[in-house]
Design a protein around this ligand. Structure first.
Ligand SMILES: Cc1cc2nc3c(=O)[nH]c(=O)nc-3n(C[C@H](O)[C@H](O)[C@H](O)COP(=O)(O)OP(=O)(O)OC[C@H]3O[C@@H](n4cnc5c(N)ncnc54)[C@H](O)[C@@H]3O)c2cc1C
Ligand SMILES: *[C@@H]1O[C@H](CO)[C@@H](O)[C@H](O)[C@H]1NC(C)=O
Ligand SMILES: *[C@@H]1O[C@H](CO)[C@@H](O)[C@H](O)[C@H]1NC(C)=O
Ligand SMILES: *[C@@H]1O[C@H](CO)[C@@H](O)[C@H](O)[C@H]1NC(C)=O
Ligand SMILES: *[C@@H]1O[C@H](CO)[C@@H](O)[C@H](O)[C@H]1NC(C)=O
Ligand SMILES: *[C@@H]1O[C@H](CO)[C@@H](O)[C@H](O)[C@H]1NC(C)=O
Length: 542
């Protein structure tokens, strides 16, 4: 593998020197080096999607604009009624005292965008995604292959693990740290910002990890044996609903990066809500963008407010699409995009939340009546089981994870109950729950109420297109898919997390600002005109 640099030239140009000639290329203008430019009308930016990517784009765009003294006007379109996208909470028993994460629930210490915002804006971090760390068990549908007491997410400080699996855990952590170290370079110059994620993945020597399955990547790095199937695969399954023979090596390593796991008390969506508030963007909830076309060099964005009979069209200098193109339903006028992002398979994930005063039945897991059943169960495949298709990957266990989240007070009965979360590829059935709790379960779980005398007192099923099947690949959708039209969701095939999508938001914000700076009319030649900026020029972009 080559050492990592694919940059054929790093040239210093003088600000204002025929910049348009080299466009597009990756340019980073240090904020202080840019002179104030007398602006005409504010630049108008439309952001589609108020998830991690769109919120972060708005937040950083405002910051970069202020640093460069550029006047911008940001409008955010979100078809849902809430901010956060795949990061959102619902309230157990419909009671606001008991919020529970329905989507993205954990981030880690190295996720500096989320962590910094949390700490800098008075949000309250909680130590890990699960407040309830009692016993974690790894179940393969036949038996528990491993259990850990009170382990939370600190699997590595565990002597039992080393005794059982030898060097594999240590080798895995070492490899993970190298990979994360390479990835973290995307945050700073000269790797930040980037118009092509494919090129940057190559620059950073990450393609050897994304280009092969987790299984192949681990093997290549001398990590084999039961540790990979018992522990690493259980982790890729709970995080991404896929096995090591499907998910690529980079995403596999991300699953192992669990140091400093945390979440925001009350819901991670508050980070994205806070980012949008700081951005001073106009936020249109319940508003679906239906179509985008190009009119007189501007983007015409047509949107419809939920329930409205007519749509509205507004014009923008720049568009940022911060949602998977294939699920956006946006009709982009023929010829506008250099390339339409490919449709790729996403995992269909059923997330089922419920409350009950029962605990998991030992019988279900083939344990004796007095056995302690793990409170969080993640799963793997039994030896020899090779699912025919990725969609059958759940295998004999039938579910990816089943967690006891925390105890809650039923607001009607005032009894203490537990909050549970199940991840599965198919809907949870009353028959399944009857076996798990060894109890009678009503055949219709959709009309449960907290005052019922049944075993389930609150029930909330949801289906997500949660993340892509992370098949090995060495190309990723560009950050910019037409001049002035940016796209964040190429990141989903590289690493699909709240942080990485927020990084992509920050990245496109920088690109947008760099483009505004390049194309603005020159301020006088003297004042600030001769400030060098560093430009990385790439062969294939000329
Ligand atoms: C169950 C689950 C568990 C997860 N667990 C974790 C975890 O523990 N940690 C972690 O870091 N990540 C986790 N993830 C992944 C993480 O949540 C996502 O990668 C991240 O939130 C995606 O952010 P995004 O902004 O790119 O996309 P999204 O959050 O999907 O945001 C896109 C937004 O665009 C809106 N939109 C789409 N089309 C239109 C349109 N035409 N007009 C207007 N609006 C539109 C959508 O409504 C949506 O709100 C999990 C995901 C799921 C589903
Ligand atoms: C969005 O629509 C929902 C459902 O109709 C409604 O309850 C909510 O108030 C709306 N939100 C906004 C901001 O209009
Ligand atoms: C987060 O904070 C650290 C410490 O202050 C800083 O070094 C880093 O640049 C910040 N990261 C981002 C993305 O703002
Ligand atoms: C916020 O944006 C509005 C226009 O959308 C503008 O009138 C106002 O001055 C902005 N406020 C700040 C503090 O930037
Ligand atoms: C829920 O629906 C079932 C039939 O589908 C019915 O028998 C039951 O009484 C209902 N329960 C409540 C609490 O409404
Ligand atoms: C669970 O709740 C039901 C209904 O309120 C009650 O009858 C039962 O005794 C409770 N069981 C336990 C173990 O608390």
């Amino acid at each position: 593998m080559h050492a990592g640099w694919n940059l054929v030239a790093i040239v210093s140009l003088f600000y204002g020197n025929a910049l348009g000639f080299f466009w597009p290329f990756t340019a980073f203008a240090a904020p202080s080096s840019v002179a104030a430019v007398p602006s005409a009308a504010p630049k108008r930016v439309a952001i589609i999607g108020a998830g991690a990517g769109g919120s972060s784009a708005a937040y950083y765009l405002r910051q970069f604009a202020e640093q460069s003294d550029i006047d911008i006007d940001i409008t955010v379109y979100e078809r849902a009624s809430y901010i956060g996208g795949r990061s959102t909470t619902v309230n157990a028993y419909n009671d606001a005292r008991f919020p529970v994460e329905l989507g993205g629930s954990i981030f880690v210490a190295t996720n500096e965008i989320l962590k910094n915002f949390t700490l800098e804006h008075g949000l309250e971090p909680q130590d890990s995604g699960t407040e309830y760390s009692d016993v974690l068990g790894i179940w393969n549908g036949e038996s528990f292959v491993h259990t850990m007491k009170d382990s939370g997410w600190q699997w590595w400080d565990n002597t039992k693990l080393l005794w059982k699996y030898g060097m594999a855990p240590i080798k895995t952590v070492r490899l993970m740290k190298v990979v994360v170290g390479k990835f973290k370079q995307l945050y700073t110059a000269p790797f930040f910002p980037f118009r092509s994620l494919s090129d940057r993945a190559e620059d950073l020597d990450l393609l050897p990890a994304t280009g092969v399955t987790g299984e192949q990547y681990l093997e290549k790095n001398g990590i084999t044996g039961p540790f990979t199937t018992d522990i690493i695969q259980a982790s890729t399954r709970v995080n991404y609903g896929q096995n090591l023979g499907v998910i690529h090596g980079l995403e596999t390593m991300v699953c192992m990066a669990i140091e400093g796991a945390m979440s925001v008390r009350g819901g991670n969506w508050q980070i994205f809500d806070g980012m949008l508030k700081s951005s001073n963007a106009t936020i249109n909830l319940n508003t679906t963008v239906d179509a985008i076309s190009k009119v007189n060099g501007k983007y015409a964005v047509q949107s419809t407010l939920l329930g409205a009979s007519a749509s509205t069209t507004k014009h923008y200098d720049t568009v940022i699409l911060a949602a998977p193109f294939q699920y956006s339903g946006i009709n982009v006028e023929e010829g506008v995009l250099r390339k339409t992002p490919d449709k790729i398979p996403y995992v269909t994930l059923h997330v089922t939340l419920f409350a009950s005063n029962r605990t998991f039945s030992p019988k279900f897991f083939g344990l004796g009546p007095d056995a302690d059943v793990p409170t969080t169960i993640i799963t793997t495949l039994p030896p020899g089981e090779v699912p025919a298709r990725p969609e059958d990957g759940v295998g004999k266990a039938g579910f990816f994870s089943m967690s006891t989240l925390r105890s809650v007070i039923n607001p009607v009965t005032l009894q203490t109950e537990n909050l549970y979360k199940v991840f599965s590829p198919a809907p949870v059935t009353p028959e399944f729950l009857a076996k798990v709790f060894d109890a009678e379960i009503p055949s219709n779980l959709n009309n449960i109420s907290a005052s019922d005398s049944g075993v389930i007192s609150w029930y909330y099923p949801h289906v997500w297109h949660s993340y892509p099947y992370e098949y090995p690949r060495v190309t990723f959708e560009d950050s910019e898919i037409a001049r002035g039209f940016y796209y964040t969701s190429g990141m989903d095939s590289f690493i699909s997390t709240m942080e990485t999508n927020a990084l992509m938001g920050m990245n496109v914000a920088r690109l947008v600002m760099d483009d505004f700076l390049e194309f603005l009319p020159q301020s006088g030649t003297e004042a600030g005109g001769q400030v060098p900026i560093q430009v990385e020029r790439k062969e294939n972009e000329l």
